[in-house]
Design a protein around this ligand. Structure first.
Ligand code: GLA
Length: 389
């Protein structure tokens, strides 16, 4: 849908004659630095061009009305203005309502009740963080409508807080941050410990960035995501119990120090630590390789990241592994790995342009044969962050 269509659709759905404002927030992919944002690590995500549109207009009904084109069957959902409760029946609604609650908690209140119309042109559940996009598009819209002028970093933190406290997912800050701070042609190198960031140009000559969606159904809050974040806390606690100088996060540890902790951690927790510390190191190496335009090395680091996520962190799954294995053996593919939380979702791959079609055919063929699922492919490029249109 183009901009005008979205505005007309919004007026039709709510039978409204009011003028709607339009906002957009992108989804994201992560080049490297997985499961280390909540360990104070460095990550290298980028915004992509697909994402979530939100059209908003005041209504004079005393009730907010929500509608998502992507959850058509749920129709228009009414909620009383200022009653922000967790919904068990409309789980998508918890993202925008949780953000409204974040604003209410700092006394930023909407003067009028409003109509909220959402339309996403990205696949939900693809592991590209449509959830962060819904949160951020809502936050940018409320910030605008209420004339609050909160800086982007506040909107990022409020969206993360909504996800942690209202939705119930203990995510780190990477997704909301990149949705807010994405920039065309660039990935963002974010230090999740102090939130310092820099843009890293990421436009590759003769090489495509292909995302492959496993199309495996999953639900993150049900998955082992929260379990992993608890395991990391427990590792941090154990390490601090034997250190004189305490550390604030696992990524404060260097690669050559990992072995010092073998005797105090069981095998599983030791492997979790190994992933976190080596992944942080791979991010630094990837940034250097990109600066030197050494994409071969970037590709190798992607494969190494996948192995670590699969074997040490155990957040991959058969579907992701099948695709990465095909990539590994396919001519013209420089590297591939799962991107995002894992347990399903997408693989990110770097493929020489002339080999893209052959790669897609091979993945489709082998993936269907081994999993009975049909993959989807997205050719992506680094795009801008959330904004008013
Ligand atoms: C999800 C979370 C992020 C991050 C990734 C894994 O997308 O929302 O905070 O932890 O998983 O890197």
């Amino acid at each position: 849908m183009i901009k005008e269509d979205i505005l007309i659709k919004a007026q039709t759905v709510f039978d409204s004659k009011n003028d709607f404002y339009l906002f957009f927030a992108p989804c994201r992919a992560n080049l490297i630095g997985e499961h280390i944002d909540y360990n104070g690590g460095r990550v290298l995500p980028f915004a992509i061009s697909t994402g979530i549109y939100l059209a908003v207009a005041p209504n004079a009904l005393g009730q907010h009305r929500f509608f998502s084109e992507n959850f058509l069957e749920q129709g228009v959902i009414n909620i009383p203005k200022c009653e922000y409760q967790h919904s068990l029946t409309h789980s998508w609604l918890n993202y925008p309502v949780g953000v409204l609650k974040e604003f209410a908690d700092i006394n930023v209140l909407l003067n009028d009740s409003c109509d909220f119309y959402y339309y996403g042109n990205a696949d939900f559940g693809a592991g590209l963080s449509s959830s962060a996009a819904i949160e951020m598009v809502t936050a940018v819209a409320i910030n605008y409508i209420t004339d609050s002028n909160l800086p982007m970093i506040n909107l990022v933190k409020m969206s993360k807080s909504c996800e942690n406290n209202f939705v119930g997912m203990n995510c780190g800050i990477m997704d909301q941050f990149i949705v807010g701070f994405g920039k065309a042609g660039n990935a963002v190198l974010l230090n999740c410990d102090n939130l310092k960031y820099s843009y890293v140009p990421f436009v590759l000559k003769d090489i495509s960035i292909i995302l492959i969606n496993t199309n495996k159904v999953r639900k993150l809050t049900d998955s082992k995501y929260n379990e992993r974040s608890m395991e990391c806390l427990s590792v941090l606690h154990t390490i601090n119990s034997i250190r004189k100088d305490k550390i604030s996060c696992l990524c404060d540890i260097n690669v050559d120090e990992i072995a010092c902790y073998k005797h105090v951690l069981d095998d599983v927790l030791y492997r979790r630590l190994q992933h976190v510390v080596t992944e942080n190191d791979r991010v630094n190496k990837t940034v250097k390789a990109l600066e030197n335009n050494d994409i071969e090395t970037v590709g190798k680091l992607l494969y190494a990241s996948h192995d670590s996520l699969k074997n040490d962190y155990e957040v991959s799954c058969k579907e992701l592994d099948v695709i990465v294995d095909v990539a590994y053996n396919q001519e013209g593919v420089l590297g591939a790995r799962m991107t995002g939380a894992g347990f399903g979702g997408c693989v990110i791959s770097l493929v020489k342009n002339e080999f893209v079609e052959a790669f897609k055919e091979k993945v489709e063929h082998d993936y269907v044969a081994k999993t009975k699922l049909i993959p989807s492919f997205y050719d992506v490029a680094c795009s801008d962050g959330a904004k008013k249109l």
